[in-house]
Structures are given as structure tokens and as C-alpha cells.
Design a protein around this ligand. Structure first.
Ligand code: SF4
Length: 369
């Protein structure tokens, strides 16, 4: 374990100088992002939930679209969940959309429509973890709490040359302690954002730009030439791969879609009927089985339309899409709804990126027109 991970931080005067240098750099170099032009806690909470697992450029149009559709927390709380999921479509990690919606309802129901101003209370909202609570409390309300996201972890691991894996629990606890010890208590929101900004723009994973960095004077990794090797991580587990099959059943130009259960992966999103294949089962045999087991339906497989691949955080998947016919009634076991939709109607449904790829495949083949 490194010195830093054993509890060494910087002496007081060095900490003061580092904060000054960091904040001066931030004042000159902060990117002009829409959520930085406001102190409205609802806007900041929205931006933080959008930015979990998502790059700034990808999140920005969603931020604008959400504020246009739901300009305040009351509007979001009053919206039906499918409208929120629909607006979130394409961004991935859909549980965040459900959490955002549930948090808005909690804020309206329990807090009179005011976003809680303390991190301890923010932490009780759905989808709000220690980082998000600290970010919102420090940025919107000036509470002196340190935030620690992936960018800040990398910066601190290099600054203090922490050589234990940063995904190790003990190391993470230590990084929280280091972040807290460094925090500029008079400008906590700017300080947290400045560290994030350093991580996003200078102290990047592959090529840290140490000569331009305001932390360089205090940075052990820069001094020791080890920035490229830090932070360390535990070896990654191999992602499991899942082969799936899906049915493209079209009647009179309309496609059969089913809605996923209200919990679990991609909850509440619409998709083609289908499911995972077993062992070396062929897609055609799998479709017949899946049709009976999951949908109480007789699906008669036709030709292969194509394949779509997708990478989730914890798994990869490939879906083989077959043209199919459905005989008799359909009684989905876990899916909560089914329906026939033309291209225009489909555009109003919440559909995840994976199934958008499937629909693009169908459109490319002219299979649903
Ligand atoms: S000096 Fe280099 S390694 Fe250290 S924090 Fe700055 S960019 Fe990262």
C-alpha cells in the first residue's frame, strides 16, 4: 500500500496553495456547460443523474430536452413514467430515469417541492448515492462536502501515487478521506467541479497533460513518472455473453412489440418478443421454445433478417432476428403489454438502444412497411 493509502495527505500550507492554484485554474478554464450557468438545485440534480455513466456531450441534449419538457420538479413529478422513459431513450442505464422520476415525486410529496439542501437528506432520494448527494449539496447549496467520482478518483490516485487498486473498498475509503482533507471549504462546489474538470480535460486516463496541470507541483505521479500506470484496478472479470433470438412479426405494416416487466434490466421498455437461447440451440428452435415459455404463443420462424450486437456494462449480447408468424393468442408471462405498431407509433414508445438497433435492421430490410 502506498503512503497516501496509509493515511498521508499534504501538509496544511501545501493544501492551501494547491486549492488556490486549482480554483484559479478552474476560474480561467471551466468549460461553459449549461448546468454550470445555474444554481437551481433541480437543474443540478437532473444534470448529475444524466451524467452518471454518461459523457458530457451525450448528456447535454438530454438535459435541454428534459428541461424543455419538465421545466420544474412539479412538472416532472406529474408526468407519467412512460413519458420520462421515452425522453431518456437512447441514453442507456434506464434505471436512472426511473430514479429521477421517483426522486421528483419524493421531493414534491415529502419536501414541498424543494430539493433537500443537505447531502444527508439528498442521500435518501432514489438513485442518489454518496457522490451525487455531495455534488448537488456542494454545487447548489455550498455545503462543504467532498465529492468523489471516477474522474476525481483518478486525479487523487495520481496526485498521491496511490498504488492499491482504486476499486478496492479500503482504497476507495481512503480516497474519500483524501478528497475531504483537500476540500476548499469556502468554495466546495467549485472545488469539486474543478477536480472533475481536471480529470475530464487534463488528467485523462491515457495521456495526462502534466505540463499544463495546476496540480503538478504537488503531484507524486508526475514527479515519479508513474501517471501512465495509475490508477491501478483489479483485473476485470470477463463479461458473460448471451445469445438471443427475437421475432419480427408484421401484420398489415405493423410490428408486434411487447413491454418488458416493471423491474430488472431495461424495465418498462418496448422490444420484439424474444429471449435467450439455450446452449447450442438454433435460433429457429429457440424462437419456438421462447414463444411458448415466455409469451404463451406459437411463433413460426421464417428466414433470418439479421443480427444485432450490444455491450452492456456486465454482459455482451447478440440477437438473431427472425421473420416470424404468430398463430393464435399471445399471453405474455412476464411482459406487461403487447401491441401492433407502425413506424410512426413506435416513435412514441420508450425503446432502448439495443432494440432501436433491431428496429433499424428491420427498416433497412423494409420488413415492416
Ligand atoms: S500533474 Fe499530471 S498526473 Fe498529476 S494530476 Fe495533473 S495531469 Fe494528473
Amino acid at each position: 500500500m502506498s503512503d497516501a493509502a496509509r493515511g498521508v495527505s499534504l501538509p496544511g500550507p501545501a493544501r492551501t496553495a494547491l486549492r488556490r492554484s486549482l480554483l484559479a485554474w478552474f476560474d480561467r478554464n471551466a468549460r461553459d456547460l449549461p448546468w454550470r450557468r445555474t444554481r437551481d438545485p433541480y437543474h443540478i440534480l437532473l444534470s448529475e443523474l444524466l451524467l452518471q455513466q454518461t459523457r458530457v456531450e451525450a448528456a447535454r441534449p438530454y438535459y435541454d430536452a428534459f428541461l424543455a419538457a419538465f421545466p420544474n420538479v412539479h412538472a416532472l413529478a406529474a408526468a407519467p413514467l412512460p413519458d420520462v422513459l421515452k425522453l431518456w431513450a437512447g441514453l442507456g442505464y434506464y434505471r436512472r430515469a426511473r430514479h429521477l422520476h421517483a426522486a421528483a415525486r419524493r421531493i414534491v410529496g415529502d419536501h414541498d417541492g424543494r430539493v433537500p439542501d443537505r447531502s444527508a437528506d439528498l442521500l435518501k432520494l432514489p438513485g442518489v448515492g454518496r457522490y451525487t448527494a455531495a455534488a448537488v449539496a456542494s454545487i447548489a447549496f455550498g455545503e462543504p462536502v467532498a465529492a468523489l467520482d471516477g474522474n476525481i478518483k483518478r486525479v487523487l490516485a495520481r496526485l498521491f501515487a496511490v498504488d492499491t487498486p482504486i476499486d478496492d473498498r479500503g482504497c476507495e475509503r481512503e480516497l474519500w478521506r483524501l478528497a475531504d482533507a483537500l476540500l476548499a471549504r469556502r468554495r466546495p462546489g467549485d472545488f469539486n467541479q474543478a477536480l472533475m474538470e481536471i480529470g475530464a480535460t487534463l488528467c485523462t486516463p491515457k495521456r495526462p497533460r502534466c505540463p499544463d496541470c495546476p496540480l503538478r507541483r504537488w503531484c507524486r505521479a508526475a514527479r515519479e513518472g508513474s501517471a501512465g500506470q495509475l490508477p491501478r484496478r483489479r483485473p476485470k472479470a470477463v463479461r458473460p455473453h448471451i445469445e438471443q433470438v427475437a421475432a419480427a412479426v408484421v401484420r398489415r405494416g405493423r410490428l408486434l412489440l411487447v413491454r418488458r416487466p416493471e423491474s430488472g434490466l431495461l424495465a418498462g421498455m418496448w422490444e420484439l418478443p424474444g429471449g435467450p437461447l439455450l446452449g447450442d440451440e438454433s435460433p429457429a428452435a429457440g424462437l419456438v421454445r421462447v414463444g411458448r415459455e415466455r409469451f404463451g404463443a406459437e411463433l413460426h420462424p421464417g428466414p433470418v433478417l439479421g443480427q444485432v450486437e450490444h455491450v452492456f456494462t456486465h454482459r455482451t449480447t447478440r440477437i438473431t432476428v427472425l421473420v416470424a408468424e404468430q398463430a393464435g393468442r399471445m399471453r405474455p408471462r412476464d411482459h406487461t403489454a403487447r401491441g401492433w405498431y407502425g413506424p410512426r407509433q413506435r416513435s412514441t414508445l420508450p425503446i432502448a438502444t439495443l432494440d432501436r438497433k433491431v428496429l433499424a435492421l428491420l427498416a433497412g430490410e423494409g420488413a415492416d412497411s
